[in-house]
Design a protein around this ligand. Sequence first.
Ligand code: NAD
Length: 327
Amino acid sequence: MDIQLSGKKILVTGGAGFIGSNLCEILLKKENEVVCLDNFATGKKENIAHLLEHTNFTLVEGDIRSLADCKKAVEGANYVLHQAALGSVPRSIKDPVTSNDVNVGGFLNMLVASRDEGVKRFIYAASSSTYGDSESLPKVEDKIGKPLSPYAITKYVNELYADVFSKTYGLETIGLRYFNVFGRKQDPNGAYAAVIPKFVGQFMKGDSPVINGDGEYSRDFTYIDNVIQANLLSIVAEGEEAVNTVYNVAYGERNTLNDLVGYLKEFLSEFDANIKNVEVLHGPNRLGDIPHSLASVDKAKELLNYNPEYSLQKGLKEAVKWYWENL
Ligand code: NAD
């Protein structure tokens, strides 16, 4: 999909992270001015190293927990794509205070800085975790349950704050509830790595991945290019109905962990036939995990013209190739 978007000044917070660095890259390619605010808590210099020389790219090394850093980074920006946060449900269970400081305190700072700077629109990374214990499938935006983790609370509070800022101060906001995003540049290492890069890294080393539970939990795995599309569409969206609301950002299909591992084996075996024989292990279910997740993407289709182009399999083929060439 070719989305016309150029000549804007856009702040990407968390721009050195997985999703943020992909956003910085595409925005620069489309000839926008891009500012990246990041403290490198989980982001990496190598994700943006190739952008540093670009005349339209500025890196502000700073922390969203500091209002002064947020104000400095947002200067002159027309749009904010707020991605900075501490991700991971288990991380938030281990250290809820820091997750809250960054994800709630930092979020509020960014809203205040954006309001004061007269930013046109504040688009932020919300999360499917907001559906919490709701068992209904597919997930529809206006039907959520109770949060199941400190992380989920922080992401829900983001939505509440965004709503209040749009009503109280007239700041346009759009929340994008991402569902299990994967793709190039997602970190395969560390205690809080997401399942796809982690398993790819393990398979490539010949190590056995461990599935939490029997592998029949399912997710709406979403390739990065679908997420990029949703962000760009949120910038250009017009009409009252499209703004000051939240959208599911997913492919709209669910696959089990067992399906996922099957695809990974198949696609990685094209690079190394031995991977077919790597044993897959099972461990206990993880605290705070919801059994099934599937998004309805009808609202984004209707109001943003969202049209996700990558299924799990199509995206995985791209991702696996990227890891093979870059890990
Ligand atoms: P990531 O960890 O790769 O990126 C987050 C970025 O934020 C990193 O570059 C990190 O250094 C930066 N950051 C963290 N704390 C900061 C602080 N105090 N000040 C400035 N920068 C800070 O994660 P990601 O997967 O790219 O996630 C991006 C956003 O999307 C997050 O808000 C996350 O909660 C949300 N999200 C991601 C997924 C997913 O599946 N990846 C799903 C739902 C929501």
